[in-house]
Design a protein around this ligand. Structure first.
Ligand code: SF4
Length: 273
């Protein structure tokens, strides 16, 4: 990463306003995964003039004073923090990006050494180190899995990790005793991807929690004739699968229009990118 790619910020940890979230941090601007759903974080950055467009977005820039900021902020905030979410507007383990992986691990270690739990979401591969060290055991590790089809991944998550590799990495963390979860958001309507949700649920049945949400910001999805019924029916399948298998779940607001409050809303995860 060249000098001109470096960013400096005044603060890092912030109180989140996202549904059911606590604190968040984004130590990188941009994301090389380049999702074309489109990515909400990219749209926001573009709207406020932080990036020119997609080509800027997929060239991530590290916040180079992230660790210094964290060292100042942790003592002041750690007693107020329930957990830190990594990350709402970037991905902490961008596929095959060693520099970002190294910084993310340093940040994770700093927070965990101060007994601050972290809830993560990534479309990359969690490093094996996370499963091997007790320091990282109390975090919650999530992956976005909205399809099992690599053809879907190549089109909508073009530079993210292959889907089976994500699932395998998550399973390793589960087997090491860590809490794991999957975000099934943005879940595609059949005119975007015809698929069987039961097959996806079976693949991820080892996780502790599933978050389900609809496909947003796309005329294509909105134009699907049975949009409302489709999400109602798929969400009911998620709920019934989770209840049968003792998995926590959260249905994102607005996914089931006839239901405003999910039956089981006991855990604290929220979602993301
Ligand atoms: S992984 Fe998340 S942050 Fe990165 S491009 Fe995709 S949606 Fe955006």
């Amino acid at each position: 990463m060249s000098e001109q790619d470096l960013l400096f910020r005044k603060t890092l940890l912030y109180k989140s306003e996202v549904e059911y979230a606590d604190y968040g941090l984004n130590h990188v601007e941009g994301c090389s995964h380049g999702c074309t759903y489109p990515c909400y974080a990219m749209m926001l950055k573009k709207r406020c003039g932080r990036i020119g467009g997609y080509q800027d977005w997929i060239k991530p820039r590290i916040v180079s004073n992230a660790l210094e900021l964290l060292d100042k902020e942790i003592p002041r905030l750690k007693h107020k923090i329930d957990y830190v979410f990594m990350c709402f507007s970037t991905d902490p383990f961008m596929y095959k990006n060693e520099e970002i992986e190294k910084l993310s691990l340093q940040i994770l270690a700093r927070l965990n050494q101060n007994d601050v739990k972290v809830v993560l979401i990534s479309k990359g591969i969690y490093p094996a180190k996370l499963a091997d060290h007790d320091l990282y055991r109390n975090n919650e590790y999530g992956s976005t899995i909205v399809s099992l089809a690599e053809s879907f991944r190549r089109h909508y998550e073009p530079f993210a990790a292959p889907i089976q590799e994500r699932i395998e990495a998550l399973k390793k963390l589960h087997l090491a005793g860590c809490r794991t979860w999957v975000s099934m958001e943005p879940y595609p309507t059949p005119n975007i991807k015809e698929q069987n949700i039961d097959a996806i649920l079976d693949e991820i049945s080892f996780v502790d929690k599933i978050v389900f949400g609809k496909w947003n910001y796309s005329k294509h999805a909105n134009s699907y004739r049975e949009y409302t019924d489709f999400y109602e029916s798929e969400a009911e399948k998620v709920i019934s699968f989770c209840e049968r298998n003792g998995i926590d779940y959260h249905i994102k607001n607005g996914t089931i229009l006839s239901r405003t409050k999910p039956k089981n809303d006991s855990t604290q995860l929220a979602l993301v990118s």
